[in-house]
Design a protein. Structure first.
Length: 58
């Protein structure tokens, strides 16, 4: 059997790798995310998988 990840996907900040990062606004140019830890604001975010405890799977 192949191993499957049972985690869920969350979005994390591309600058400080903390997360989850949440969408701040959604304008005509698309979603904008803001990081409360480092102050990053932008449309680029990283998506990672975490387990039930929020720990990254990789
Ligand atoms: Zn950040």
């Amino acid at each position: 059997m192949r191993r499957r990840t049972r985690g869920k996907r969350i979005l994390v900040c591309p600058q400080c790798n903390s997360g989850p990062i949440f969408q701040a606004t959604a304008g005509i140019t698309g979603a904008v995310y803001t990081c409360q830890k480092c102050g990053y604001v932008g449309a680029l975010v990283l998506e990672i998988e975490v387990d039930e405890h929020g720990e990254p799977l990789r």
